[in-house]
Design a protein around this ligand. Structure first.
Ligand code: ZN
Length: 413
C-alpha cells in the first residue's frame, strides 16, 4: 500500500532518504558547514544480520559522502545502531573522523571535533551507554558480560567532563550532540529514557558548564521539540533542540511528516542564530511521484522570538499555558511536522487540542527530571479533572496553569 516515498506506518524507503539528501544539497549546497547525523539509521528489527546492518550503514554513508562532498558529516550513535562494532563503524566513517576522534570512537562510540580556527568544539556522546537498561546487543558487541551501567560505562563521563574542562580553559564554546536526550518521553507517558543516575548527572554537568555550552542537539523522538534546562535556583541556563526524523514512522505515539533541519550559526562564536525546518508532505509526494521538500517554518519568525536562548525558550514554553496565545497550537503542528489533520486525529492529542495535551508538552519541555515531570503533570491534571464543566476544561486548565507556574518555578526545578 505504501507509495514511492513511503507511508506513515513505515520506515523510510530509499527514495525518501535520497530525496532528503538531494533537497538539502540543492537548496544549500555550498553554504553548509557540516552535517549532524543524529542516529537510528538502522531499523528496530532484531532479525537483521550484522552483514545487512553494515550494508545499510554503508549505503547511507556513501549517499551522504557523495552528496556532501566538500563537507564533513558527523554521526552520533542511535539506540538502534547496534549489532555492528565500533571498529567497523570507525572504518566506515574514517573519511569524516580525524585520527583523535577515531581513537575514542573505537573505544566506545564517543568523540569530539575541534574547530581550532573558530574556537568551537562539538562533543558527540554515545547515549547508548547511559540508557536504562543497556541494550543486551551492546553487551554482546563489546564482548563483555558485565558492563556496569551505574557508574561510568566505558569512561564516557570522565572523558566528557575533561573535554568540557579543557574547552573552558581554552575559551572554546561547545555543542553537544547525541541521540537519546535526557528527560522524558516526548509522545505520551512521561517515561524516563536515560538511566536515572545518568540523567541527573547530565543535567548537573550542563548546569556546571552552561557558560560554554552553546547548544545541545539530539534526536530519538522523531518529533520536533526542544527542552529547557534550569539552574539549581530555577533560572533557565541551557537548551536542547530535537529535529524531527526523515522517517515518518514512530513506534510509540503518532507518525510525522519527514523533516530536515538547517541551523544557522555564527561560525566564529558558535552562537546559534536561527533554524529553518524543511518538510515533505508525504501523501502529496506520493500522489505526484515527486518529492517537493518545502520550508515548514523558521524558528524566530514562527514563534515571534528575538533570539535563541534558554530564556526566550523558557518564555515560549510558558506561552503554551496561556489561552490568549497561539504558541501551543503552532508548537503542536510543528511537533508532528504538520501532519494532515485526518491523520493527526487518530494519534497525538486525540483529536482537538486540549489542556491535558498542552500540559504534557509544557511539563516535558520544562521538566527534565522524571519526578519533576510527574509532579508537574499530575498536580495540574488533577485540578483539570475535578473542576469546571467539560467544555470549559481546556480554557480553565490553561488559565490555571499560567497562574500556578510562577509560584512553582523556584522550588520545583
Ligand atoms: Zn532512538
Amino acid at each position: 500500500m505504501a507509495g514511492k516515498f513511503g507511508d506513515y506506518s513505515c520506515d523510510s524507503p530509499w527514495a525518501l532518504i535520497e530525496s532528503a539528501a538531494r533537497a538539502m544539497k540543492s537548496m544549500h549546497g555550498e553554504g553548509i558547514e557540516f552535517v549532524l547525523w543524529t542516529g537510528d539509521a538502522l531499523t528496530r528489527s532484531t532479525s537483521m544480520s550484522v552483514e545487512l546492518r553494515l550494508l545499510c550503514l554503508r549505503n547511507l554513508t556513501d549517499l551522504l559522502h557523495r552528496t556532501f562532498k566538500g563537507q564533513f558529516v558527523f554521526p552520533a550513535l542511535g539506540h538502534e545502531d547496534v549489532g555492528v562494532n565500533y571498529t567497523q563503524l570507525a572504518t566506515l566513517w574514517q573519511h569524516w573522523l580525524p585520527p583523535e576522534a577515531v581513537d575514542t570512537f573505537v573505544k566506545a562510540g564517543y568523540y569530539t571535533i575541534e574547530q581550532r580556527s573558530k574556537k568551537y568544539r562539538i562533543v558527540f556522546l554515545n547515549t547508548n551507554l547511559w540508557l536504562s537498561p543497556v541494550d543486551s546487543r551492546m553487551l554482546h558487541r563489546v564482548g563483555s558480560s558485565t558492563v556496569d551501567n551505574t557508574q561510568d560505562p566505558f569512561g564516557q563521563w570522565f572523558w566528557f567532563q575533561s573535554v568540557l574542562e579543557n574547552a573552558r580553559k581554552k575559551k572554546e564554546t561547545v555543542y553537544i550532540v547525541g541521540h537519546t536526550p535526557p528527560g522524558v518521553d516526548d509522545h505520551e507517558n512521561g517515561a524516563p529514557t536515560l538511566n536515572e543516575r545518568h540523567n541527573t548527572k547530565y543535567l548537573q554537568t550542563v548546569r556546571l558548564y552552561s557558560d560554554i555550552i552553546r547548544g545541545q542537539f539530539f534526536g530519538h523522538w522523531h518529533s520536533d521539540t526542544f527542552r529547557v534546562i534550569y539552574s539549581d535556583t530555577g533560572l533557565p541556563v541551557s537548551w536542547i533542540m530535537m529535529a524531527p526524523s526523515v522517517t515518518p514512522n514512530t513506534l510509540v505515539g503518532g507518525p510525522n511528516n519527514p523533516g530536515l533541519r538547517l541551523y544557522k550559526f555564527e561560525t566564529n562564536t558558535g552562537e546559534i542564530l536561527d533554524y529553518t525546518q524543511y518538510y515533505l508532505k508525504l501523501p502529496e509526494a506520493n500522489s505526484n511521484g515527486k518529492a517537493n521538500w518545502l520550508i515548514e517554518y523558521s524558528l524566530l519568525e514562527y514563534y515571534n522570538l528575538r533570539e535563541i536562548s534558554a530564556i526566550t525558550l523558557h518564555d515560549l514554553a510558558d506561552r503554551f499555558t496561556q489561552s490568549n496565545d497561539n504558541a501551543f497550537v503552532r508548537y503542536y503542528a510543528a511537533n508532528t511536522v504538520s501532519l494532515p489533520r485526518e491523520v493527526e486525529q487518530v494519534w497525538g492529542c486525540g483529536g482537538p487540542l486540549n489542556g491535558v495535551c498542552a500540559l504534557h508538552h509544557y511539563c516535558t519541555v520544562t521538566r527534565l527530571n522524571p519526578e519533576s515531570y510527574r509532579e508537574c503533570y499530575s498536580s495540574y491534571a488533577y485540578a483539570l479533572a475535578s473542576t469546571a464543566p467539560s467544555t470549559m476544561r481546556p480554557y480553565f486548565a490553561l488559565h490555571l496553569l499560567s497562574m500556578v507556574i510562577c509560584a512553582e518555578v523556584l522550588n520545583d526545578r
